[in-house]
Design a binder for this molecule. Structure first.
Ligand code: GRF
Length: 217
């Protein structure tokens, strides 16, 4: 199927979410993969499908600021309909966020606003939470912050190890992220200022798939 909704995926490492986005692209085209880590194993998933990859290396730039400016420029040159951050381990600078506000989404392995930042599985276990999950949100200028689009929730058990809980959440990430991006591409999920809205179709699908929606739904 040929689509005209173009996304650019940002990764830094393993790329399992990228792989899931590649395998479930019903309504969108992945037109490029950018990594701030030229050694990111996930780049192979793009190369296998002949998708342009943009591995940028911090060591090629005199400062972090100039490196981030080069990443921003590349994104502006490509000018996708949406940037999907998928395990991208670099804070996006305010100018970049402002330019792409409403056109940049992130996946985070916790039920935001709980546990922004790193080591979410460990923190959930230490807190003894009975629930955990993942969140997709539009990106704003704080870390792991911005209007929440959808979450997928799973139980946590007392006897869980960090590895077990990480695997449980990752499996849900691989379902949730393509669903959200397919729904944005089809116009079934929209952002107006800071308010996310959902078509009846998206609401019904979310119910069937046991996803919980952000906004006022
Ligand atoms: C995922 O858990 C994602 O939620 C987080 O970083 C991890 C990336 O994993 N932002 P992968 O590279 O997609 O396998």
């Amino acid at each position: 199927m040929t689509n005209d909704f173009n996304i650019l995926v940002f990764i830094s490492g393993r790329g399992s979410n990228l792989k899931s986005l590649l395998n479930n692209a019903d309504n969108y085209n992945i037109i490029g993969i950018l990594s701030n880590n030229p050694e990111a194993p996930g780049l192979k998933f793009g190369r296998e499908k002949n998708i342009p990859c943009y591995p940028l290396a911090r060591s090629d730039y005199p400062s972090l600021k100039e490196f981030k400016a080069a990443v921003f420029k590349k994104a502006c040159d490509i000018d996708p309909d949406l940037i999907a951050l998928a395990g991208y381990m670099q804070i996006i600078q305010p100018e970049f966020v402002d330019t792409f506000y409403g056109r940049m989404v992130n996946i985070h392995p916790s039920l935001l606003p709980k546990y922004p930042g790193l080591d979410t599985h460990q923190r959930v276990l230490e807190a003894g939470d009975s629930e955990h999950g993942c969140t997709i949100h539009f990106v704003d200028s704080d870390v792991d912050s911005g209007p929440i689009i959808a979450q997928s929730i799973c139980p946590c058990y007392r006897e869980d190890t960090e590895e077990e809980i990480a695997a449980r959440v990752l499996k849900m990430e691989h379902q949730l992220y393509p669903w959200v991006i397919n729904s944005i591409a089809s116009g079934d999920i929209k952002l107006n200022k800071r308010q996310v809205s959902f078509s009846n179709k998206a609401k019904q699908e979310a119910e069937d798939l046991h996803f919980s929606l952000g906004g006022n739904n």
